[in-house]
Design a protein around this ligand. Structure first.
Ligand code: ADP
Ligand code: MG
Length: 226
């Protein structure tokens, strides 16, 4: 599903140049659950953002489902992403002015799904993440764990084949974190491919494979199949 070859990404400001990715080549097969680990600043989020078409690399190739996507314009990346890739962030990134069900529904509106089907799918996904009783609440009225489960509902309501999660349990206590990890495992068991950045060895154990990054490179020989 994912095949990258020699991805590089350099961030330049007036004073400094940061090589965030320095030749990253990885493959992820359909149905895998891959954990990306490594110290802070080693390029994990940069890589995930490129994999999720939120950003382009400076050089290198990226084939997503066999299609070259490394050099798409922003407009085309957005279009390609919709309904294909679900993104989950550490900080939830819900819209505070919208209710839980409106946050989830927005994704389907963007995709142009008819309103009756939207209602059914929002109801179904909120039931799945255990938040039917919170549908009319606003994000600030929920616990962190609940907010992250709304974010996951939003990420998967479009039935994407790929979920990218950047430290999804990073802001959660261990009990809420476990609920989020169980949800991701369940989605993976149902066939969704998952690539997750995590600092937690415990969370990484739920994955089927670990890729370690260091200074913008994959640590060769470090890969672990679980
Ligand atoms: P990680 O997620 O592993 O902590 P990141 O991918 O966020 O690491 O960052 C990799 C490196 O690139 C870091 O040195 C970070 O400071 C730098 N970086 C990331 N994003 C930007 C940006 N938008 N502008 C400048 N530097 C950035
Ligand atoms: Mg990061």
């Amino acid at each position: 599903m994912i095949k990258t070859q020699n991805l590089t990404k350099i961030f330049r400001t007036e004073e400094v140049e940061t090589v965030a990715l320095n030749g990253v080549s990885i493959n992820v097969e359909d149905g895998e659950f891959v954990a990306i680990m490594g110290p802070s600043g080693c390029g994990k989020s940069t890589l995930l953002n490129i994999l999720g078409l939120l950003d382009n690399p400076d050089s290198g190739d990226y084939l997503l489902d066999g299609e070259p996507v490394a050099n798409l314009k922003e407009k085309d990346r957005t279009r390609y992403r919709r309904g294909r890739i679900g993104f989950v962030f550490q900080s939830f990134n819900l819209i505070d002015e919208l209710t839980v069900e409106e946050n989830v529904d927005l994704q389907l509106r963007y995709m142009g799904v008819p309103s009756k089907e939207r209602r059914e799918r929002v109801t179904e996904i909120l039931r799945k993440v255990g938040l039917s009783h919170r549908a009319k609440h606003y994000p600030q009225q929920l616990s962190g764990g609940q907010q992250q489960r709304v974010a996951i509902a939003r990420a998967v309501v479009g039935k994407p084949k790929l979920i990218l999660a950047d430290e999804p349990t990073g802001n959660l206590d261990s009990k809420s974190g476990l609920a989020v990890m169980e949800l991701l495992s369940q989605l993976n068991a149902e066939g969704t491919t998952i690539v997750m950045v995590t600092h937690s060895q415990h969370d990484a154990q739920m994955a089927s494979r670990i890729i370690n990054l260091f200074d913008g490179q994959v640590v060769e020989g470090s890969e672990r199949i679980l």
